[in-house]
Design a protein around this ligand. Sequence first.
Ligand code: COA
Length: 163
Amino acid sequence: MKIAVYPGTFDPVTYGHIHIAERACQLYDKVIIALAGENYKNDLFTMEERMIMLKESVKHLENVEVESFVGLTADYAAIKGAKALIRGLRAVSDFEYEMQMAAMNRYLNENLETVFLMAEGKYSFLSSSNIKQVALIGGSVHGLVPPIVEEYLKKKYQELNYK
Ligand code: COA
C-alpha cells in the first residue's frame, strides 16, 4: 500500500490545501493529513478546532485520514509507513523554504521523498494568514474556504471582539 503524509498547521484549512489533498488521493492508496501539534506560529484556532474543520472538509475523500502529531514529521512518516511527504507549492517564494525542509526531512529519514504538487492557479494566492486577515477585517472569504471554516472564523472573531 502506497501511503503519503500531508503535514501542515492548517490554521485554518483552505480550499488550496483541500485541492492538494484531493490530487494526492489520486496518486496514493492512503493519504494521512497530519496536523502539526507543536507550532511556532501564533495560532488562531486550537488543535481541536483545526481538527474538526479539517475532518469535515475532507470527509468526501475515501482514502484520507486526519491525525495530529507531535515531534518530527520525518519520524511520524516512518511510524506510519509513508514513503512520501506531500507539499503544495504556490509560487517561487515557497521554493527555498520547501527545499530546505525537504532536504532536512530526507536527512532525518532517508526513505522519505517529498513530493511537490503545484497549487492550482485559482488558489495560488491563498494562505491561512491572508484568510484570517480578511475575515478579521470583515471581508468575505466565501469560495476560498469550506463553509465550516467560514463559520468558525466568524464565531472566533465575534468572541475576540467581545473580549
Ligand atoms: N493552499 C493554501 N495555503 C497554502 C498552501 C496551499 N496549497 N500551501 C501552503 N499554504 C500556506 C499555509 O496556509 C500556511 O500559511 P500561513 O503561513 O499563513 O499559516 C503556509 O502556506 C505554510 O503552511 P503549511 O503548509 O501548513 O506549512 P507550515 O509551514 O505551517 O507547516 C510543517 C510546516 C508543520 C510541515 C513543518 O513545520 C513540520 O514538519 N513541523 C514538524 C517538526 C519538524 O519535523 N520540523 C523539521 C522540519 S524540517
